[in-house]
Design a protein around this ligand. Sequence first.
Ligand SMILES: CC(C)(COP(=O)(O)OP(=O)(O)OC[C@H]1O[C@@H](n2cnc3c(N)ncnc32)[C@H](O)[C@@H]1OP(=O)(O)O)[C@@H](O)C(=O)NCCC(=O)NCCS
Length: 157
Amino acid sequence: MSKPRALIRPATIADSEPIAPLLAQLGYPTDPEEIPARMRRLAEAPDAGVFVAEAAGRLVGLAAFQIFELIYRPRPQCRLTALVVDRDHRRQAVGTALLEAVERCARERDCFRLELTTRPQRPDALPFYVALGFAERPHRLVKLLADCPPRSRGMLD
Ligand SMILES: CC(C)(COP(=O)(O)OP(=O)(O)OC[C@H]1O[C@@H](n2cnc3c(N)ncnc32)[C@H](O)[C@@H]1OP(=O)(O)O)[C@@H](O)C(=O)NCCC(=O)NCCS
């Protein structure tokens, strides 16, 4: 029997409150009051987007993406910048539906590739992305440019 599908739709400012616990599950505990300003910045960014998944009237997942141009490619690339499904709703194809929404958007914007970074501390992520057709390309290097206050710093920075 096929799994029930969540409703996937673009996020709105009204989703800010239920987004906070999802970000916490992603490893980024966030003051809910900070989220509307972030959502507004994202809404104003023409190359960024956020989808949410709704099941039985509750927000159970989110995916965020950013489209950007590369000097060495003729077409833009889409980066998945966040993906999380509420822990009580995993393995119900919600993550797949969110990723499909991002992929559709990326194709509509003529992107040649969808990419993301993840870490070994995320045990669900690698098998999920591999199951959805992603190939691993190791090496991620970061240099933090700001000393974020602890409450806005992700545990995975
Ligand atoms: C990764 C995550 C988004 C997947 O969401 P999900 O809704 O549970 O994924 P789906 O149900 O769509 O899974 C699709 C397929 O991926 C694979 N998969 C997903 N989670 C898996 C796991 N923990 N172990 C092995 N395979 C997994 C399976 O093949 C699954 O199909 P199946 O359930 O029919 O076997 C979710 O586990 C999550 O939010 N994890 C914590 C946050 C995180 O790691 N985010 C990724 C940041 S880079």
